[in-house]
Design a protein. Structure first.
Length: 117
C-alpha cells in the first residue's frame, strides 16, 4: 500500500484547509484510515481516524468541532477538513492505513501545514 498526502500549505489563523490522502494497492474500502500530526520537536500525535465504511470516527480532543475526517472509497481517498486553524495546528500531517487491530501499518510521506497568527 502506498499513500500520497496533499493539500498542506501556509495559511493564516482562522482559515480552512482540506488535506487529501490517496491510497494505491490493496483494497481501500477495507482499511481504517488515520491522520496524525507531528510538530517540530514533538512526537507524532493522533488527529483523527475513520473506520471502513465510516461506521466509526474518532478525533483528538484538540481538534473536535474544527476538523472533519471523511472518506471516498470510490476515489481511494481520505480527507481531513481543517477549519478555524490555529497556530498550534502547525505540523506535518501524515495519513496512515490500519489493516486490523488498533495499530497502523502503512504511512504516507506527510504534508506540511503552517498556520501563521
Amino acid at each position: 500500500v502506498q499513500l500520497q498526502a496533499s493539500g498542506g500549505g501556509l495559511v493564516q489563523a482562522g482559515v480552512s484547509l482540506r488535506l487529501s490522502c490517496t491510497a494505491s494497492g490493496g483494497t481501500f474500502s477495507t482499511y481504517r484510515m488515520g491522520w496524525f500530526s507531528q510538530a517540530p520537536g514533538k512526537e507524532r500525535e493522533f488527529v483523527a481516524a475513520i473506520r471502513r465504511s465510516g461506521t466509526s470516527i474518532w478525533y483528538a480532543d484538540s481538534v473536535k468541532g474544527r476538523f472533519t475526517i471523511s472518506r471516498d472509497d470510490a476515489k481511494n481517498t481520505v480527507y481531513l477538513q481543517m477549519n478555524s486553524l490555529k497556530s498550534e495546528d502547525t505540523a506535518v500531517y501524515y495519513c496512515a492505513v490500519g489493516l486490523d487491530g488498533m495499530g497502523y501499518d502503512y504511512w504516507g510521506q506527510g504534508t506540511q501545514v503552517t498556520v501563521s497568527s
